[in-house]
Each structure stands twice: as structure tokens, then as C-alpha cells.
Design a protein around this ligand. Structure first.
Ligand SMILES: Cc1cc2nc3c(=O)[nH]c(=O)nc-3n(C[C@H](O)[C@H](O)[C@H](O)COP(=O)(O)O)c2cc1C
Length: 353
């Protein structure tokens, strides 16, 4: 497989490991993906959840933790691959985090869960690549025009996230309930047409439900430059979550994967458990402490605190936690090493003796 050059940065394999918050993709997972020549991504969603002052000094705790995780990923990577940080647009204090992150030792800022219209005006380091996540060609065109008019800057790569992804989904409840969402294949086709029509030469990565090397091959043949994959990397030894979080995938059945409401306003996809059943029967869980994490969330009316639920999950308290997953989460049946998974997904050409 040919190396991929994006400006002055090189990827040996066209793989982005999707950012997973809270605490699911930190420095360990990202560093091991980088070591294999891919892009490792640390999630900027409350990475400081284990810091002593997380509750009282959340922003500083998060920034401090991010710096530690970046250092860890760089050490593990042995100089290979690229390092990204995923920052959600829906995050409270987005501007503060974007500015802080753009001064850290990373290669890429990836930003979704909302349209990152202001990102190029906030990122102070021009060497860092900027990668918006979009779910339609319409959103992509709007975003590029805005970036050009405000900052005279193109995205360095674009990630399209389709309806089969994990975490928050960029589709409405109506679209999901009535199954009227477009497929990732059709969004990719629309995006490639729009890029061509506008003479924009930008690499496109696709995300959501990509699971096997055949899936990857299919999307490369359809014109994608690469893929972003998250769910498959959860059941690796190197994933930063507790073993019980990983086991929730090993034990999950297809029928356990369902939609869930989120204080972000976007629907999410998660593994069914006590919490999801409670929430989907319209019961509320009282917020004990507000971490001020998501712009759209009102702690007085929210059905639950998503920071609390995601922290419980990543720590292994599965019944009380929210276990985000892509549609294929139930297919993760063994825990493997990142190196073996990447060798399976991107087999090295066999040497001819
Ligand atoms: C546990 C989990 C947490 C996630 N957290 C985030 C996040 O914090 N920010 C984000 O932009 N996407 C998040 N995602 C989405 C992934 O980065 C990725 O784009 C998507 O899941 C790809 O689909 P796949 O999981 O089927 O490979 C999350 C996904 C999962 C499964």
C-alpha cells in the first residue's frame, strides 16, 4: 500500500483510529496505532477524569492530562505515524481547548459533533492539520466556503461519518427511526462529486461501520483516501478503557446495539444496559455535579449527566455507564493486540521468494 502524504506529514497506512471519549482512546491506544504507521487519536472529551482536581478545576485538569497523554503516545509510537486530538464542537469551552491543543505536540486536530466552522480561526499553529468531520456533502461545502472566507484555509483532510458509526450520530431521530438516512457510500459519492465540481483537492476519509479489510478495500475503490475506525479498536489490549468495558463488547449480541438519547441533542448508539433502558423509557437520572461539558446541555432539564455516565463506563461500572459503540460492536469477540489487528486490516504484501 502506498504511503499517504498530507502536506508535510506522512501516513504509512490510510487509517485513522477514531477518537473515543471519555478515556477510551488516550495515549496508549493512540501510540500503538501510530507505531504501526496509522494516525492515533486521543479524545479531548474529559481526558482529565482521573486527575485529582478534575471536579474542581476541570479545564486545567483536562489540559494537563492531554499533555501527559500526548507525551505517552509519542513515546510509544517510536517516531512512527501521526498523532491527532479529537475535539467535539459541542464541547463547552471549545475555543479554550482548541487554542490550547493547537500549541501541543500533535499533527492533526479532528473536530466533529457539530460543524467546526470557527476552527481555523482558533488554531494558532499552521503546521497542525485540520480535519472536520461531516455527515453530508452539503455540510462540507458550507464549511469549506466558510473556512475560505474567514481564514483563507482549506481542510487538510475531511472525515465523513455515516449512520453506522459509534458515539454521537450526525442524523436526526426521524431519519434514524424511519431508516431514511443516506448510506456512507452515497454520502461519499456526493462528497466526491462536490469536491470535483469545486476543483477542491482534499483527501477524504470515511467512518462508520467499517470493520474488515474487505470493507476498507471497498471504500478505497469507491474513491476514499482512507478510513477512520473506532469500534474495532476497543477490544484491543492497548485500548485505554477498563477490561469490563471491553468485555461488554465481547458479551454483546446484535440486538443489544441500540440508539440512545444524549444531552448533546444528537442521537447516540450504545450497548443496551440498565442505564440505556432507563433513559429510553423517559426516566431521568438526577445530576449530582455539573461538569459544564456540553454546550447544549441544561443540567436542570437534562435526562442524565453524560460525563458521569461515560466515566462510569470507562471505569468498568457497566450498568451505570454509557457504552458507546458502532453498529458492529457485537462482532468484537476477542481481545487482540493493535499490531495484529492492523496487520489483519492492512496485510503487508507477501514477499516473493
Ligand atoms: C466508545 C466511542 C466513543 C466515541 N467518542 C467520540 C468522541 O468523543 N468524539 C467524536 O468525534 N467521535 C467519537 N466517536 C466516534 C468515532 O470516533 C468514529 O468516528 C466512529 O465510531 C466510527 O465508526 P466505527 O466505530 O463503526 O468504526 C466515538 C465512538 C465510540 C465507539
Amino acid at each position: 500500500m502506498d504511503k499517504l502524504y498530507i502536506r508535510n506529514k506522512t501516513l504509512n497506512i490510510p487509517l485513522i483510529q477514531g477518537g473515543m471519549g471519555i478515556g477510551v482512546s488516550l495515549g496508549n491506544l493512540a501510540g500503538h496505532v501510530m507505531r504501526e504507521g496509522g494516525m492515533g487519536v486521543i479524545s479531548a472529551a474529559q481526558p482529565g477524569y482521573l486527575e485529582h482536581d478534575f471536579k474542581t478545576n476541570t479545564i486545567e485538569a483536562n489540559i494537563r492530562a492531554l499533555e501527559k497523554e500526548i507525551l505517552k503516545a509519542r513515546e510509544i509510537s517510536n517516531g512512527q505515524g501521526l498523532l491527532g486530538v479529537n475535539l467535539m464542537v459541542a464541547a463547552e469551552h471549545y475555543d479554550v481547548y482548541a487554542k490550547a491543543i493547537s500549541q501541543m505536540d500533535i499533527d492533526v486536530i479532528i473536530s466533529g459533533a457539530g460543524l467546526p466552522l470557527e476552527l481555523p480561526t482558533l488554531s494558532v499553529n499552521p503546521d497542525i492539520l485540520l480535519a472536520p468531520i461531516v455527515s453530508s456533502s452539503k455540510a462540507m461545502v458550507l464549511l469549506i466556503k466558510r473556512w475560505l472566507s474567514r481564514a483563507n484555509r482549506y481542510p487538510d483532510l475531511i472525515i465523513i461519518e455515516g449512520p453506522l458509526a459509534g458515539g454521537h450520530l450526525g442524523f436526526s431521530w426521524d431519519q434514524l427511526n424511519n431508516q431514511t438516512f443516506p448510506s456512507l457510500e452515497s454520502i461519499l459519492s456526493d462528497v466526491l462529486i462536490a469536491l470535483k465540481e469545486n476543483n477542491w483537492d482534499i483527501p477524504v476519509f470515511v467512518a462508520g461501520g467499517i470493520y474488515t479489510k474487505e470493507d476498507i478495500q471497498k471504500f478505497l475503490e469507491l474513491g476514499a483516501t482512507g478510513v477512520q475506525m473506532a469500534t474495532r479498536f476497543i477490544t484491543t489490549f492497548e485500548c485505554d478503557a477498563d477490561i469490563k468495558f471491553k468485555e461488554a463488547f465481547i458479551y454483546a449480541k446484535e440486538s443489544d446495539i441500540r440508539y440512545v438519547i444524549s444531552p448533546s441533542g444528537y442521537p447516540g448508539r450504545a450497548i443496551d444496559n440498565k442505564l440505556v433502558t432507563t433513559l429510553m423509557s423517559n426516566e431521568k437520572i438526577k445530576v449530582k455535579h455539573c461538569y459544564n461539558c456540553l454546550k447544549p446541555c441544561n443540567p436542570a432539564t437534562t435526562p442524565y449527566c453524560i460525563t458521569e455516565a461515560l466515566i462510569q463506563a470507562v471505569k468498568g461500572n457497566i450498568d451505570e455507564g454509557l457504552v458507546f459503540t458502532g453498529v458492529n460492536g457485537y462482532r468484537n469477540k476477542t481481545i487482540v493486540h493493535v499490531s495484529d489487528l492492523i496487520n489483519e486490516l492492512f496485510p503487508k504484501e507477501e514477499s516473493i521468494v
